[in-house]
Design a protein around this ligand. Sequence first.
Ligand code: SF4
Length: 72
Amino acid sequence: MTCPHKPTCELFPLISGSGALNIWQNYYCDGKFEGCKRYQSTLDGKKIPITLLPNGKTLDISALKGTGNDKK
Ligand code: SF4
């Protein structure tokens, strides 16, 4: 099952475009999205920080930037 929040989820473009984070997409976004903390928080009407991972932990954005293709 695919998460219906993909079009509006701020995190989805990050995890779908990263090989290291793609595991979240495979497990949650294209699978058990009902278990995603971001999905659950949306249903509760809570504001969701972009750093909230599907398992409820916090993504270190600075670490993510360090692994990308930095263009100068
Ligand atoms: S991270 Fe969660 S809310 Fe966002 S698209 Fe994936 S399953 Fe849906």
